[in-house]
Design a protein. Sequence first.
Length: 176
Amino acid sequence: MSRTSARGTSRGNVFVLALFILGFLATAIAHGQVPLNIGLIPGTDANGEPTYKATVINASPTQDALNLTVTYTLPSAELPISPPPSGGCLFTPGPVHLTAVCSIATLPAGQSHDFTIAVHPVNTAPQDVTATATESAGGTASAFITSTITEVGLTEMQVDMTSTNREKSARHSPIT
């Protein structure tokens, strides 16, 4: 008996959820907004640096998402790594957050696109990252993830400075 009851409740919940989703899609399409879904997954690049891949899905069966932008918000002390995999993204450091903005002109109906950035952490504190997708008609979606950095590598850097400004001795002749 509990099996039957559970099935009935499950079907009812699925039906209500389906109606909610259809209502949301109908409202979004009626207002010209493209329904978007976004997922955010941490990873590492070939050098072991943290990467964040945001996968954006255009959930509309008929309408393209135009001027799609994904904005990442990361801790302020992260150092951007660009180009690949971050190529095509604009990084803007700030006092509170590092922001990366990636964009494409069109995401066709029913299609998805991956946006991947890489950063170099400066400490092992948990990294809170948010990715928000927006399109020109007002459709939005966002995802949040906290990744744990276990080790921060040291960057090897050498700076050689050479100056071409050499002081020339000037000879002054007395004014008569």
